[in-house]
Design a protein around this ligand. Structure first.
Ligand code: FES
Length: 166
């Protein structure tokens, strides 16, 4: 009756194939373990890192008043705001359409603010004239800095027709 014996060192050396296969599976196992450990470390690093979204300041320095002549409507594309100067004073509006958030544009030939997405129209005070927008364009807190520059806080809305009189 044949008996099962464990291979001796000599047997292993004689049968190089067996040795290579063991080494291969050992290395494969260690490699898999290393990959799994690296994945777990990456996961824990991501899990423990704070998820902070860095946003630009809502405060905009719109520059000196003489940049905005009487009767002007100026779009600041970077800040998505309008700076308006009319006889009653200065004010600023959000340029983001209240329908689905498209950037609006001032159309001087039509004397209105128009949204290119679904056709909403607003007058220069931000009141809706036409289209699907559910609300007027919000007025934003506007003040004059100590240096005489126009400042806007995009995070603070104010009631309409609160002009900055200088
Ligand atoms: S996003 Fe302006 S009308 Fe739809």
């Amino acid at each position: 009756m044949p008996t099962m014996t464990t291979p001796t060192q000599t047997d292993r050396l004689e049968t190089g194939y067996e040795l290579d296969r063991r080494e291969f599976f050992t290395k494969l196992g260690l490699g898999s373990l290393g990959l799994a450990s690296a994945g777990a470390l990456a996961f824990y690093y991501r899990y423990l890192s704070p998820s902070v979204l860095f946003e630009p300041s809502p405060i905009v320095n719109a520059g000196p008043l003489d940049r905005y002549p009487a009767g002007s409507v100026t779009l600041d594309v970077d800040s998505a705001i309008y700076l308006v100067h009319i006889a009653e004073g200065y004010f600023s509006l959000s340029a983001i359409c209240t329908h689905l958030g498209c950037m609006t544009a001032w159309k001087p030939e039509l004397n209105m603010i128009a949204c290119p997405c679904h056709g909403s129209r607003f007058n220069r005070e931000g009141q809706k004239l036409a289209g699907p927008a559910p609300k007027p364009l919000p007025w934003l807190k506007t003040w004059l800095s100590d240096d005489g520059e126009l400042m806007v806080d995009r995070s603070v809305t104010i009631p309409q027709l609160q002009f900055l009189r200088v």
